[in-house]
Design a protein around this ligand. Structure first.
Ligand code: FPP
Length: 247
């Protein structure tokens, strides 16, 4: 594999990378291990990729750690994932890399210990000025969009807004992602090619990168390769190639 890091164009580093970290279960199964050990190994990759993203100057890294639908997994796996999240939010790593932690999702459903520990880490890292790492936890796009619609309906009910005046900006402001730009690049590891209820609105013009590597085996080199691939694409946002090259 070429050294993709050296091939990267420093002028075209994506501002926001979102990742669907898939394949932990299969990685573990192929090694005769429990699925939870696959998730545990996945946390090592989270640390590696966060550090690499931070060093490249990426501003936002959004990681899909637990979807609304994941609540339906076997109880022992849900419990293992919750305790893993509890133990893996290492504040020292965030501080060392100047990384700020933010969370999106229905955190009211999380066990209190997890919620408290997350709140502490979010507060302690709030002044960090480097990469913003966003963990999507108990998150799904349909949950988020439903919430946004409810908020807007309440504004209409109060007479603050007329239905015909609702804009894309109003919808964006009501989403839990209202503090971040849309992802430039979405990476999904583990071989599947779908969005799985992740950032549906926000990925309207994101570039997608799918790879077969299971998340625990995904490393810095593969990450640089995904970014290199992104840099070869022409983002037209509905315009023609000629219009884009003239701009
Ligand atoms: C998908 O793999 C992965 C998850 C549902 C969990 C991902 C969570 C982590 C890596 C821990 C995150 C922790 C922090 C602190 C961000 P899968 O279980 O669906 O794999 P499979 O498709 O092979 O079964």
């Amino acid at each position: 594999m070429p050294n993709y890091k050296d091939l990267l164009n420093a002028e075209r580093i994506p501002r926001h990378v979102a990742i669907i970290m898939d394949g932990n279960g299969r990685w573990a199964k192929e090694r005769g291990m429990s699925r939870s050990l696959g998730h545990q190994q996945g946390v090592e990759t989270v640390h590696k990729i966060t550090e690499a993203a931070s060093q490249l100057g990426i501003k936002y890294l959004t990681l899909y750690a637990f979807s609304t639908e994941n609540w339906n997994r076997p109880t022992e796996e849900v419990e293992a994932l919750m305790s893993l999240i509890l133990t893996s939010l290492e504040e020292s790593l965030y501080m060392k890399n100047n990384v700020r932690l933010r969370i999106i999702g229905d955190t009211a459903r999380l066990p209190e210990t997890v919620r408290k520990s997350i709140e502490r880490c979010v507060d302690h890292t709030a002044k960090n000025t480097g990469l913003v790492q966003i963990i999507a936890l108990s998150y799904s796009s349909k949950w988020e969009i439903t919430n946004a619609v409810q908020q807007i309906c309440r504004r209409v009910e109060k007479g603050e807004l007329r239905p015909a005046d609702v804009t894309e900006d109003d919808i964006e402001a009501a989403l839990s992602t209202n503090f971040m730009p849309d992802p430039d690049l979405l990476i999904r590891t583990g071989g599947e090619q779908r969005l799985s209820n992740y950032l549906l609105w926000q990925c309207a013009y994101s570039e997608f990168y799918f790879c077969d590597t299971y998340w625990p085996d995904f490393d810095e080199e593969e990450f640089y390769k995904a970014i290199y691939d992104f840099q070869q694409r022409e983002r037209r946002y509905g315009k023609t190639s000629e219009q884009v090259s003239k701009a």
